[in-house]
Design a protein around this ligand. Sequence first.
Ligand SMILES: [Zn+2]
Length: 118
Amino acid sequence: MYACPACNAASISFFRKWLSSPALPASCPACGRYSYAHRSSGGVGVVVAAFGITASGFAASAVQALWPLLCGIVAAMVFYVLHWHRTRLETLSPELLSQARKTEAMSAFALLIAFFLN
Ligand SMILES: [Zn+2]
């Protein structure tokens, strides 16, 4: 469990933190405030993990064995989980939540239009 950035109660699960975004924030059962893990820091974790898997794939190809790739995949997954573990939660005001949901709805609508016009 992670501490709520507003009231400091350990009330937010890893899975909820991982899935949180400004449009779908984690809510604290203790104080009712919303929070989310900053998405840009999650992107860094994905890029580093992808780079690690690619490098271990080249290493596996060079030594003609599977173990470097498997080690790379495990290391990348561990890094990604630890990265999310360290990412801090930030509070989100109800105004920003409403704004984020409108933006998300508009982009989903634009995606649907693009899909049906294609
Ligand atoms: Zn709280």
